[in-house]
Ligand binder design. Structure first.
Ligand code: E4P
Length: 226
């Protein structure tokens, strides 16, 4: 599945854009879900199952909430059992640089048959290693990469070339959108998927001059004899 994913846990926003047929999946992360919790009475499991069922068979990414080795494997299997279209987000390494995450990624993909979205990556090189570990998705945080002085478009272009040349299965998800131009720029650079918060989709669709054109057409329509 390639195209625009919605980067949110807000079920109403997902319903809205899914009904338009313009999204091809949904991604979440603990920060996104904590925002949903701040809105009041979030049942984490219930909400994510609701999202998975709403967009089925489109993919839904759910991120692990621990970096403790045993607990990570347990959570990954538990979350993936909630619905067939769920894939599991695992950060490429832990908060202290713990690299066992790659071992878990490899085991989940190749032994447990759990699809993994390796996340929290800044460079093409990180994503390439995650792709070598067998990741279904590799998520590059383009907006944060730009903030750190990288050229996100160049990183994505380099990564796509490596994945294609080496015939790796991973799909590139470009996330961390900071402006609407990121979406088409990152697709143009070779991302298979751009995961976009709802507010940016609205900015992409609605243009002030289009509003003027529509007003003109409707005004002139009134003059027409039916
Ligand atoms: C993808 O789902 C990422 O988790 C998300 O796009 C990160 O965005 P941020 O850099 O604004 O936290």
């Amino acid at each position: 599945m390639t195209g625009i994913f919605l980067d949110t846990g807000d079920i109403e926003q997902i319903k809205k854009y899914h009904s338009m047929g313009i999204i091809r999946g949904v991604t979440t992360n603990p920060t996104i879900m904590s925002r949903e919790q701040n809105k009041g009475n979030l049942n984490f499991k219930k909400r994510l199952i609701e999202i998975a069922n709403l967009i089925n068979p489109l993919p839904l990414s759910i991120e692990l909430m621990t970096n403790e080795y045993t607990e990570m494997k347990k959570q990954a299997v538990e979350f993936s059992k909630w619905a067939k279209n769920i894939n599991i987000k695992v950060t490429i390494h832990g908060p202290g640089g713990e690299m066992d995450n790659l071992k878990i990624i490899n085991e989940l993909e190749n032994k447990s048959k759990v699809r993994v979205n390796v996340t929290a990556m800044i460079t093409a090189q990180q994503c390439f290693v995650a792709a070598m570990a067998g990741a279904t998705y590799v998520s590059i945080f383009g907006g944060r990469a730009n903030d750190l002085g990288y050229d996100s478009k160049a990183e994505i272009k380099k990564l796509r070339s490596l994945i294609d040349t080496m015939n790796l299965k991973s799909k590139i998800i470009a996330g961390s959108v900071r402006e609407t131009s990121n979406v088409t720029d990152w697709f143009h650079s070779g991302a298979h998927i751009v995961t976009c918060p709802p507010q940016f989709l609205e900015k992409i669709i609605i243009h002030p001059h289009t509003k003027e054109i529509v007003k003109q057409f409707l005004k002139d329509s009134l003059k027409l004899k039916k």
